[in-house]
Design a protein around this ligand. Structure first.
Ligand SMILES: [Fe+2]
Ligand SMILES: [Fe+2]
Length: 182
């Protein structure tokens, strides 16, 4: 499989790991067990900084090339691009609520649970749709030369959490996720 697609799929697996932490914390909160809100904030800080800024734009470069070759995929592509916008909105809203919590403001527990569950469900469905519907089409559409052209348009952004070097602002989250695996 083309390396660009392999790395997008690997991103999806990483996001799913973070989503599992998020979901577990929110289930606890629903049962009145307070989660580690700083870790949750860090997760959403990552999600609004890397996926929204790098992963989705890379996908959209590929989607654009797909549309040019296979106009039949227009409905699917348009839906996924709209979902990217909605994900950025839902992610920012959740991050803002978590920011209020960790800076000591009073935020309704139900509002956090609702925002987190919305985000969890939306991103889970989005990843499933990409993996199940559009990646298989992409995989069978482009020649080696076409991939070269696509890859030329892509800026390589190092993942600040799962990449070779963990960026300063995410080192705490990296440790907290590693610890939580025990
Ligand atoms: Fe996407
Ligand atoms: Fe994706």
């Amino acid at each position: 499989m083309e390396q660009t697609l392999v790395s997008l799929s690997s991103d999806h697996r990483n996001y799913s790991k973070l989503l599992a932490v998020l979901k577990n914390d929110i289930d606890n909160l629903e049962h009145s067990v307070n989660p580690d809100f700083i870790r949750l904030y860090d997760i959403m800080n990552y999600m609004t900084n890397y996926p929204d800024v790098s992963h989705h734009p890379v996908e959209e470069i590929i989607f654009k090339a797909l549309l040019a070759k296979s106009p039949d995929s227009a409905d699917l592509v348009n839906a996924l691009v709209e979902e990217h916008k909605e994900l950025a909105r839902l992610g920012a809203a959740l991050k803002e609520k978590l920011n209020h919590v960790i800076s000591g403001s009073i935020v309704s527990k139900d509002a956090i649970i609702e925002a987190a569950n919305n985000y969890y469900q939306y991103l889970t469905n989005h990843i499933n749709s990409e993996e199940g519907n559009i990646f298989p089409i992409i995989e069978n559409t482009f020649s080696k030369d076409e991939w070269l052209q696509i890859n030329n348009q892509i800026d390589d952004t190092e993942d600040p959490l799962f990449g070779d070097v963990v960026q300063e602002q995410f080192t705490d989250l990296y440790k907290r996720i590693s610890l939580s695996k025990d």
